[in-house]
Design a protein around this ligand. Structure first.
Ligand code: SF4
Length: 347
């Protein structure tokens, strides 16, 4: 922690500001954020917010990072699609991306003149790390002429091998626009199953050729948990991410992206929601809807939780080599086409 000039009064004021945002937010499954927790975070949030002005930096935080980052220092918060759009528009010199590596890599690809830094260093993702660019190339060689989409949760090398990338917000609409009766979709095999079912439901069926990756958070949910939520909380609305197994999604009231789930909850008149997703989104909903109740069976992304106020400050002031994002130029050029195609198709 660098030398700070904050007085006790400033620290208390900052702790109260944080507590105003976080008082209804769970810190663990059984505890909430306290004023004492906020007082401990305050020297860091004050320092980060001061240094980010001095260094002309912006902080983008994924909703799955911890709430002291999301509400304490982030300039923008959202899911991978919302943050990719923001990254494209950033005019500041430095982007601090509190998320995982593939997200920071995407920000660097679409806004290459900026210095992109990731507090969590080479934080992986079970999906993005499940397949390589050359494995995608092999799938394409085995299925000549079949268009290929990749989920945004993929490495730059994988994006470079595909026609377009998609997010959980736009996967169904973009897949529907692709030509032909077959479609390659990598790396999420569970989202591929949900995609095939949704395209059939829309009357535009396609055979999906998938690879074998999954999200280690969302792939753990089971139908019995939805049944238990409904038995324990009559009238509950259960929401899920399309990275969950299809047998689970088919039992839920709403299935969609992180942004989609947040919008569904914001517009609903219901009071209690079962959250089949990562803890960070539960925390955001608790902060933004203190009048509603959120029940969360489990689900923490250890990769996302590698981001902390301490390493956000480190990335801002004196980044380690593994916190500075770089992408091979040729790979970046091909991956950029795939990302830009998504922006066009998503309009
Ligand atoms: S929640 Fe799943 S998909 Fe998202 S970063 Fe973590 S492992 Fe990857």
């Amino acid at each position: 922690m660098p030398e700070t000039l904050e007085t006790q009064a400033q620290l208390m004021q900052e702790a109260n500001r944080l507590y105003g945002c976080l008082r209804s937010v769970s810190k663990t499954k059984i505890t909430k954020w306290t004023l004492e927790d906020c007082l401990q975070a305050a020297p860091y949030t004050l320092a980060i917010n001061r240094f980010k002005q001095e260094k002309n930096a912006v902080i983008l935080a994924h909703s799955y990072t911890t709430p002291d980052i999301v509400y304490g220092v982030a300039d923008f918060r959202g899911d991978s699609y919302e943050l990719a759009l923001k990254a494209q528009q950033v005019s500041a010199d430095i982007i601090i991306f509190a998320g995982v590596w593939f997200m920071a890599e995407t920000a660097k690809i679409i806004n290459p003149s900026k210095q992109v830094r990731i507090p969590a260093g080479k934080a992986g993702c079970s999906l993005a790390d499940s397949i390589t660019g050359s494995e995608v190339q092999k799938i394409r060689e085995d299925h000549p002429g079949v268009p290929a989409l990749c989920y945004i949760n993929s490495t730059a090398e994988v994006k470079a091998q595909c026609d377009a990338c998609v997010t959980s917000s736009n996967v169904f609409d973009i897949a529907q626009k692709m030509p032909g009766q077959e479609l390659i979709f990598v790396p999420d095999m569970l989202m591929a199953q949900n995609l095939e079912a949704e395209l059939k439901r829309r009357g535009t069926p396609k055979k999906i050729i998938a690879s074998g990756g999954s999200c280690c958070v969302h792939d753990k949910y089971r139908p019995e948990q939805v049944e238990k939520l409904r038995a324990d909380y009559p009238g509950i609305r259960v929401v899920a991410h399309p990275e969950c197994p299809i047998e689970v999604c088919s039992l839920c009231d709403y299935v969609g992206s992180t942004k989609g789930m947040a919008s569904y909850i914001a517009s609903s008149k219901d009071h209690t929601f079962g959250m089949l997703t990562e803890f960070g989104l539960v925390n955001r909903m608790e902060a933004e809807h203190p009048d509603k109740q959120f029940v969360w069976p489990f689900g923490i992304c250890s990769y996302m939780k590698k981001n902390s106020l301490i390493n956000v400050l480190e990335a801002l002031l004196d980044p380690r080599a593994d916190q500075i994002v770089s992408v091979d130029e040729m790979v970046a050029a091909a991956a950029k086409k795939s990302i830009e195609r998504m922006f066009e198709l998503a309009k």
